[in-house]
Design a protein around this ligand. Structure first.
Ligand code: C2O
Ligand code: CU
Ligand code: CU
Length: 499
């Protein structure tokens, strides 16, 4: 396999106004395994997480300037267990102020790592995280207001896998790096020299950053992995800034077993799994018979008139092979069968809710904010004269760090309804997992009917129901926001307390 043989193609991606070169390759390289820090066996000292500047080769031979957490790009997979308290020392050496938020964790506001918990360069933040919730795939990323998009894109993100007694004894593949893999999917743009770049312009402001190149665990796709005979588990995070990903298998349906907040009640088969930025899903791939199968990511047709024309000529133009699993028939792996029941969960019961709140995401005049954001990497909210428009915001107001938007009573179950006038947005709430009652005025797909912390919003109402069990005081409130990171940075975010 010639790892250095690359084709610089003027493919569909160059039709995008923002795009640089599209990097592809003659043959797939090995899937990089995200390094695992396994804490399930016990913790005897504080656990360092060092946020740092680094140089990383995405596989095209060029050294890209990146951020990493203990590593050169992205962070470790932290494997932890329900019931543990995790003593992290998060040190910041990136020469810019940052924060580290634990996305998906049911933890109090004062350790949530939101925009109020800034870590100055040269400083260390030492939260103790009580892990109360069930087995689930969570992640952590920068939440520095106005800089989340930039810092996360450069690499300040990692994975936290929570295990519990049930997940540890479940009849599922769980040998990391053998039949159990964690995949971070991202879209990137690379310049003519092959260095990762972040370019946004006026045409794309409404969507946020859209890259033309698919990257899996920090390597330009496609990547390949040899696996044993049996079932293989893929735990997948969409860590794109703004791109929704449509996932499918080259052969057969996708078998989904878990969503953001843990196992589904039973496995769900679907032809396509549609993932917003911030979402996590676990899937199983049956390698008992097949010699190979691939995870396909559809980027969709390129933008604009040229994209439309390209789509007519080559309807498969957006389909990219992310990962090919190739079976080593000599090696015996997980021999169990596809699971039926996975978790017990009653359907959500609206009558439990004591209060309903409504949120409307707005985009008015967001383009100016976006352009300023792209130019400065700074927090542009408030620095841009919006000429009377509200700009990107929620319920007519852009995010204000000094304003508490909602106050929730601890222990209350609530329904939150979210709507938007224009295109698709992914909405996220801190400090809880919720159930989706409706998504875009319809029942959510079966794979999104379990525990979630992300919901899609477009036209009509999306409704979620949850209980808030942890405290978030005024000094360290929780956030709710659009998870298109550029929208979040531009003010499509609000704050709430739980007391
Ligand atoms: Cu993944 Cu408030 O974020
Ligand atoms: Cu979060
Ligand atoms: Cu948005």
């Amino acid at each position: 396999m010639d790892r250095r043989a690359f084709l610089k193609t003027a493919g569909a991606g160059t039709l995008l106004a923002t795009s640089g070169m599209v990097w592809t390759q003659n043959s797939a390289r090995a899937l990089p395994l995200l390094p695992m820090t396994d804490l399930t066996g016990g913790i005897d000292a504080r656990v360092p997480l060092a946020l740092k500047n680094a140089i990383h080769d995405f596989g095209n031979g060029a050294g890209s300037e990146t951020f990493g957490i203990n590593h050169n790009y992205l962070g470790p997979v932290l494997r932890v267990k329900q019931g543990q308290t995790l003593p992290f020392d998060v040190s910041n050496t990136i020469d810019d102020v940052t924060t580290l938020h634990w996305h998906g964790l049911h933890i109090p506001g004062d350790v949530d790592g939101g925009p109020h918990q800034e870590i100055e360069p040269g400083h260390t933040w030492s939260p103790d995280l009580p892990i109360v919730q069930n087995a689930s795939m969570n992640w952590f990323h920068s939440h520095m207001h106005g800089k989340t998009s930039h810092q996360t894109y450069k690499g300040l993100a990692g994975i936290m896998l929570i295990e519990d007694d049930a997940s540890l004894s479940a009849d599922l593949p769980k040998t990391y790096g053998v039949d159990d893999f964690t995949l971070i999917l991202q879209d990137k743009t690379f310049d003519a020299a092959g260095r990762m770049s972040y370019v946004v312009n006026a045409e794309l402001f409404e969507e946020g950053f859209i890259g033309d190149t698919l990257v899996v665990n920090g390597a330009i796709a496609p990547v390949m992995q040899s696996v044993p005979t049996g079932l293989v588990r893929l735990r997948i995070l969409n860590a794109c800034n703004a791109r929704f990903l449509s996932l499918s298998m080259a052969t057969g349906p996708v078998t989904v077993i878990a969503s953001d907040g843990g196992f589904l009640s039973s496995s769900v088969e679907t032809d396509t799994l549609f993932m917003s930025p911030g979402e996590r899903y676990e899937i199983l791939v049956d390698m008992n018979q097949a010699d190979a199968n691939s995870l396909i990511v559809d980027f969709g047709a390129p933008e604009g008139v040229l994209g439309f024309l390209t789509g007519l000529v080559r309807p498969d133009t957006g389909r990219k092979t992310a990962l090919t699993l190739s079976r080593n028939a000599q090696q015996k792996g997980f021999s169990g069968s596809m699971p039926n029941a996975l978790a017990t969960m009653a359907p959500p019961d609206r009558s439990q809710a004591t209060r309903t709140r409504s949120f409307k995401l707005t985009m008015d005049g967001g383009g100016e904010q976006f352009a300023a954001l792209a130019a400065s990497w700074g927090n542009v909210c408030g620095n841009v004269n919006m000429g009377g428009l509200s700009g990107m915001g929620i319920n007519g107001q852009p995010m204000n760090m000094d304003r508490i938007d909602e106050q929730v009573r601890k222990g209350d179950t609530e329904i939150w309804r979210i709507s938007v006038d224009d295109e698709l947005h992914p909405f996220h709430i801190h400090g809880c997992s919720f159930r989706i009652l409706s998504q875009e005025d319809a029942p959510p797909p079966a794979y999104a009917q379990g525990w979630k912390d992300m919901v899609h919003v477009q036209g009509g109402w999306s409704e979620v129901m949850m209980r808030f069990d942890y405290e978030a005081p005024e000094e360290t409130p929780y956030m709710y926001h659009c998870h298109i990171l550029e929208h979040e940075d531009c003010g499509m975010m609000g704050q709430f307390t739980v007391t």
